[in-house]
Design a protein around this ligand. Structure first.
Ligand code: DON
Length: 309
């Protein structure tokens, strides 16, 4: 059944665009498509270009929030960033002008994620990025590297993010220097994964932080709960409400074309219980969500009744 969904999605005419505002992402092949599902027993279903590595982009924001919350405690993080959806584009600045003293609305938009990046454990950019790489490696079982070409190309053109970071610093919602926060945030956005890695991250979230085969929770229930709630309410930006209603599972997108999902109690072919799902297709819509990724997830949710509602 999943095969027929994928074949149907793959023959759908391309629409949307590549995230060419990040120059290095303009070179991705439009025809790439991968999907991976993994359940709590470690059963894996992989389809298409499953070994293709792509950059996390905004999906990294979920990992950063988790590491910062586990490091400083949720209450401390919530003093610096709220948990409210904006209904605005991911890189909007407007709310920083009208919000309570310029406090970023949530950690899934660029403003909140840049604040969270400045709160990560470590005395410098390398240490802060490593704090997230270490968590990711425990989840996926291998090390992850920064795609330097993507990172450099975005750092050289990050005019909007630099404006956001300066605004946050001016209103005391940034620790350390603007440059450090920006470099940390953009290196995390450029961390490379494949869909199997991402599906394992989704399973980690769905199971409230369980590491498969180790039967230990790497994070607190509260951190996992807040992460999934933020994915559901803010993870797809100004389309989060539509997809909560039509797909109904915690999801987080990235402009390179990845989408991360956490299913708490699913039954998909021979997969059961907690299920992590990842899909990758680089053409994105005007909001920044993968066009074919969202079509795939909508059909999967309809077919297997994945919605939590
Ligand atoms: O900061 C940016 O604009 C990118 N590094 C990440 C944006 C992104 O992935 C938005 N999500 N769909």
């Amino acid at each position: 059944m999943i095969h027929s969904i994928i074949e149907n999605v793959k023959i759908t005419p391309h629409s949307g665009h590549l995230a060419s505002y990040i120059p290095a992402l303009a070179n991705q092949s439009k025809d790439l498509f991968a999907a991976c599902l993994v359940d709590e027993r470690g059963e894996i279903l992989s389809f298409g270009d499953a070994n293709y590595s792509f950059t996390l982009q905004s999906i990294s924001k979920v990992m950063s929030f988790i590491v910062a919350a586990e490091h400083l405690g949720l209450e401390k993080i919530l003093e610096k960033v709220d948990v409210e959806p904006t209904g605005d584009p991911f890189n909007s600045i407007v709310r920083l002008e009208v919000a309570e003293k310029g406090k970023p609305f949530n950690p899934m938009i660029n403003a909140g994620a840049i604040t969270v990046a400045s709160l990560l454990p470590g005395d410098d950019v390398e240490a802060r990025v490593n704090s997230v790489k270490q968590y990711l490696a425990q989840i996926t079982g291998h090390e992850h590297t920064v795609n330097e070409e993507v990172y450099r190309s975005e750092l050289e053109t990050a005019y909007r993010n630099r404006a956001i970071a300066n605004y946050l610093k001016a209103n005391d919602y940034l620790e350390g220097t603007v440059e450090e926060a920006l470099e940390t945030y953009l290196q995390l956005c450029s961390l490379e994964v494949n869909t199997e890695d991402l599906a394992k991250f989704g399973l980690f979230l769905a199971s409230d932080g369980l590491i498969a085969g180790e039967n230990k929770n790497l994070i607190t229930h509260k951190t996992a709960q807040f992460s999934k709630a933020l994915m559901m309410t803010c993870g797809l930006y100004n389309a989060s409400g539509k997809y909560a209603a039509t797909i109904g599972i915690p999801m987080k997108s990235g402009v390179s074309g990845g989408v991360l999902c956490a299913v708490r109690n699913g039954e998909i072919e021979h997969l059961r219980g907690y299920i992590g799902i990842a899909v990758f297709s680089p053409m994105i819509d005007e909001i920044g969500n993968s066009v074919k990724g969202m079509i795939f997830l909508k059909q999967l949710s309809d077919q297997y009744h994945l919605s939590v509602f």
